[in-house]
Design a protein around this ligand. Structure first.
Ligand SMILES: [Zn+2]
Ligand SMILES: [Zn+2]
Length: 258
């Protein structure tokens, strides 16, 4: 069974309802954490999972709203004999090592060990016997990677864009895919008002258009800006103006089965 547990669905600015974006991917009783902002330990426990069962962390990029909770996560597991692989671009992995070293979290007294694995975009790697993953670059930050998951037994595929502007390469990769979790920071009216947003993020209207053009089966918009005033129904309406597939607009602590 493949499950997604949303720990946070917001952008860099948290709101009362939404924290910074991250989620758990549960597959074959294995837990994979995607990005690590804030207190993910507490959120994992709210889902009634044991944080010690997280065996991999995938980091999309090194902006604070995606990574600042890593030190606290490892510190919380300092007395537990866990082995966790952390994956990211070379820039991300180097940053994470330095960040953990600032807090002395890679010293022998810390029982949980983090093995930082630098990924080559385009080269696949295994996250379990039946789960392959590939990474590719997206236009957001020099450290940014998107992740493409291949669930071998279920014969399903999922892409998570991380933060990104709308990228033709991503939609080539995602053509006809079962599930796409994609940056959808705000409705299009804000991208007209603040054109510089286009360089780093995506709006709901054009995300819907490109998802329709590229035959995405299920679109999950994600990473909603907290500093702008809009409702999630506005996001959904803009997407549905052109997109005919399934749309799931997640809220924090939603749990979905793929
Ligand atoms: Zn972000
Ligand atoms: Zn970012």
């Amino acid at each position: 069974m493949i499950e997604i547990c949303f720990l946070g669905t917001g952008g860099a600015v948290a709101t009362e309802e939404r924290d910074n974006a991250s989620f758990l991917l549960k597959h074959d009783e294995r837990l994979i954490l995607i990005d690590c902002p804030g207190s993910v330990i507490q959120k994992i426990k709210k889902f009634k999972f044991d944080p010690r069962e997280v065996h991999s962390i995938l980091v999309t990029h090194i902006h604070p709203d995606h990574i600042y909770g890593l030190a606290s996560f490892v510190h919380s597991l300092m007395l537990d004999d866990c082995f966790i692989q952390l994956f990211g671009s070379e820039e991300t992995v180097n940053f994470c090592r330095s960040y953990l070293d600032l807090f002395h979290l890679r010293e022998p007294k810390i029982k949980t060990r983090i093995d930082c694995v630098s990924l080559t975009p385009g080269k696949g790697f295994m996250l379990g016997d039946f789960l392959e993953c590939n990474s590719f670059r997206v236009p957001h930050d020099s450290s940014s990677l998107a992740y493409h998951f291949f669930f071998k037994k279920e014969k399903k595929e999922l892409i998570y864009s991380g933060d990104t502007s709308l990228s033709p390469h991503l939609f080539q990769e995602a053509e006809g895919i079962d599930y796409l979790i994609h940056d959808c920071s705000a409705p299009s009216r804000f991208f007209k008002k603040y054109p510089s947003l286009r360089r780093m993020h995506s709006n709901a209207l054009e995300l819907g258009q490109l998802s329709q053009k590229n035959s995405i089966k299920c679109l999950i918009p994600f990473h909603f800006f907290g500093e702008l005033e809009f409702s999630l129904s506005e996001i959904e309406e803009e997407i549905r103006q052109s997109f005919r597939g399934t749309v799931i607009v997640p809220e924090d602590f939603d749990r979905i089965t793929l």
